[in-house]
Design a protein around this ligand. Sequence first.
Ligand SMILES: Nc1ncnc2c1ncn2[C@@H]1O[C@H](COP(=O)(O)OP(=O)(O)OP(=O)(O)O)[C@@H](O)[C@H]1O
Length: 249
Amino acid sequence: MQIAQTASTTVPAARITLEGVSFSRDGRVLIHDTSLEVSDARIGLVGRNGSGKTTLARLLAGLIRPDSGRVLINGVDVARDRRAAIRTVGILFQNPDHQIIFPTVDEELAFGLRQIGQTKQVAEEGAQQMLARFGKSHWQGRAVATLSQGQRHLVCLMAVLAMEPALIILDEPFTGLDIPTMRQMHRYLAQVAPSVLQITHDPAALSAYDRVIWMEKGAVMENGPAEPVLMRYEAAMAEAQDAGPDILD
Ligand SMILES: Nc1ncnc2c1ncn2[C@@H]1O[C@H](COP(=O)(O)OP(=O)(O)OP(=O)(O)O)[C@@H](O)[C@H]1O
């Protein structure tokens, strides 16, 4: 088991288990009978457009329920035990506006903490602490609508981190950010997140990762140490560049 060095403590990596997971929509199989057992601090998820990465991420977060099989994170069946799941897995989407539901920054941060059972007062204090930790105490009471896209990403990240999940899933959440902002986001994550699973189309973003899972057509094509898997993935993508998209349609 890999260990993540965070700013405050040493936390074991989350245990991710898929047992014969299948998922279909509109009569199409999007994830085919997939089994997996991994426990690493930094995991990359790569694959062509439509290969099933976001669907797998949503299954891992318990946002959708498998038609058959189970998804367990640290032993929590995330689709069935939603209460435990929101303490265990956090997910960051590409577009912060799909995630933020409250008008002000601190309401947004406190909401997640209320969801995990904290009282209003404790949740509000937790929101303030999170803002202070990121040097953003002056965002207290700030309207989300007045923040830039990068700043909204940071709000989403803080909201997820405040809940201290064992696993944070990033579904291309930094697309469209400028390079310094993206680097800053990664620095924050490196300091605080125990386990991260990142979906990306940029293999360079995964160079320091422990493991890479490569999806093809709704199944795991490869799952292993980052460097050799990325090498084979990049070689396959270079070869396939004229072969048309890998979509399940
Ligand atoms: N709600 C849905 N109903 C029907 N089909 C869907 C649904 N969501 C996704 N799909 C299909 O499932 C397949 C996998 O989609 P998914 O979003 O998981 O791929 P992805 O690997 O994340 O792709 P990308 O790299 O383009 O983001 C695609 O063919 C997509 O059209």
